[in-house]
Design a protein around this ligand. Structure first.
Ligand code: NAP
Length: 459
């Protein structure tokens, strides 16, 4: 297993990397040193002569050339901004993000001969770049370690401890394992989980899962486990089907679970249990993705990305959203981000008004559909989900040229989509949302951009 250290300049990657490599008896590769060797020049000179773009090209080539076997690698501060580098660094590796506060980093960097990237004073540059890069650092790392008040030897010791004992909180592993043991799952899945959680056979793996009730029939485990295998990431993904989201989040903290996909009925209930919430998820009022690094649980929403991607060509269109629950809120957010004129139609009028007021859009009863004659209809209700065979709209409601997007994805061809197809409408199946939201979720958890064609193939 390769161990990769990332982080801003001044976090101690190179010093810690050297100490850790010696301690583990592994070769140590410092990517900046490798770039200098390959360029035949020092990095400040590369910056002067070729600019940052030239340096980043060399960095990408150097990272692509890294050997895959057991080693300790220290990657440059800006390397993980590029998803291509993240994919290369993550293969067969565990990635540790070393962190420290702005003040500490400014003091440590003050004496460096590396040129400023922004031409501004060190403290300003550190603050600005840290804020800009932090999302990329967090996506690319499996573990976050504070170097603020620890010596390089102590930091190397903390990393060695995680490599040996896994990500579970000290003293909490048994409690977390007890919880997972109570979740009903088939014997084959339980057998897969045992080495991951018990750290048998030197298995340095981590866990991700879907939190829902019910969720045991979700397609997510199959897709995620195929993606983990494809990118050679040390994770297993399982269905955590349990009625209490508080207990699931507690176990995620106990066991150091890297990420949770959150589904019905927890997308809103999970929010107060988290340490930080992304502004988009806050605006939508629902979280469907939780990522953990360094004991901090952050919530995101990728449903809106899954709804937006298939209809991006309809910018400015007139749209109707059927339903006023969590998926409808993500739909309204997505369609508004494309400048669409949105009307929310819902069975319970008060809920439609509540949602419409939050986003400043129109509302009405389901019966008003025909008066609107929209370009786009998004079904964000469970109507038509197997075994239900009904549709909220009839053929007479629809016109040729309309686009009908059904978020329901079981079955792939819902009654609404069949009706829309025969009325000459363009149809978009719920699987489209599933694919795009999952690609975005995987990006939040790993920093890797999965090509659309690959996601389709693996689904
Ligand atoms: P939710 O919060 O429970 O909201 C459901 C909405 O549907 C409510 O507004 C409800 O109206 C309405 N509704 C339910 N039954 C109805 C009926 N028989 N007639 C008319 N309206 C009805 O659910 P959600 O989280 O928003 O999810 C909605 C659907 O989106 C799910 O069932 C799922 O199929 C789909 N979804 C798909 C994906 C994907 O990746 N493709 C992801 C997430 C969700 P009231 O307000 O009157 O109760």
């Amino acid at each position: 297993m390769r161990v990769v250290l990332t982080g801003f300049r001044g976090t101690g990657k190179t010093t810690v990397g050297g100490i850790l490599a010696a301690r583990l008896g592994l070769p140590f590769i410092d990517v900046d040193r490798l770039i200098e060797e390959r360029a035949g020049r020092k990095i400040p000179r590369v910056f002067r002569e070729e600019g940052e773009a030239g340096f980043r090209r060399m960095e990408r080539d150097a990272i692509a050339s890294l050997p895959g076997g057991d080693s300790v690698v220290s990657a440059g501060g800006g390397a993980v901004i590029d998803p291509v580098n993240v994919e290369a660094l993550r293969r067969g590796s565990l990635v540790f993000l070393l962190q420290a506060g702005e003040g500490t980093l400014s003091a440590r960097i003050g004496t460096s001969d590396r040129p400023s990237l922004t031409g501004r004073p060190v403290a300003d540059e550190v603050g600005e770049l840290l804020r800009e890069r932090m999302p990329a650092y967090l996506r690319a790392a499996d573990h976050c370690i504070s170097t603020e008040s620890a010596t390089p030897e102590e930091v190397a010791g903390m990393i060695a401890g995680i490599l040996r004992d896994g990500p579970a909180l000290p003293g909490r592993r048994e409690a977390g394992l007890g919880f997972v043991g109570r979740i009903p799952m088939d014997p084959g899945e339980r057998e897969m989980l045992t080495p991951v959680l018990r750290r048998k056979g030197g298995f340095p793996s981590g866990l991700c899962g879907i939190a829902g009730y019910p969720c045991s029939h979700s397609r997510s485990p199959v897709l995620w486990n195929r993606l983990f295998a494809r990118y050679d990431l040390p994770y297993h993904y399982t269905a955590l089907e349990w009625p209490d989201i508080g207990e699931i989040v507690g176990a995620a903290r106990d066991l150091g679970i890297r990420a949770l996909s959150v589904t019905i009925p927890f997308k809103e209930k999970v929010m107060p249990l988290l340490d930080a919430i992304d502004p988009e998820a806050r605006a939508i009022g629902a979280v469907n993705t939780v990522v953990q690094c360094g004991g901090v649980l952050r919530g995101y929403n990728t449903d809106w990305v899954g709804i937006r991607a298939p209809v991006e060509d309809l910018e400015g269109a007139r749209a109707v959203v059927l339903g006023a629950g969590g998926a409808a809120a993500a739909a309204v957010y997505a369609l508004r981000s494309l400048g669409m004129e949105v009307t929310v139609l819902n069975r319970t009028g008060a809920k439609a008004v509540q949602l419409a007021d939050r986003f400043g859009v129109r509302t009405g009863p389901l019966s008003s559909f025909r008066t609107i004659r929209p370009d786009l209809v998004v079904n964000a209700t469970p109507v038509g989900m197997a075994p239900d065979r009904s549709s909220l709209l009839a053929a007479a409601d629809l016109e040729k040229g309309m686009t009908v997007f059904d978020l329901v994805y079981t079955p792939p061809e819902t009654p609404l989509l069949s009706i829309a197809r025969s009325a000459g409408c363009r149809v978009i199946a719920g699987t489209e949302m599933f694919i795009h939201q999952a690609r975005e979720q995987f990006f939040h958890v790993t920093g890797i951009r999965v090509p659309e064609a690959l996601a389709r193939e693996l689904v």
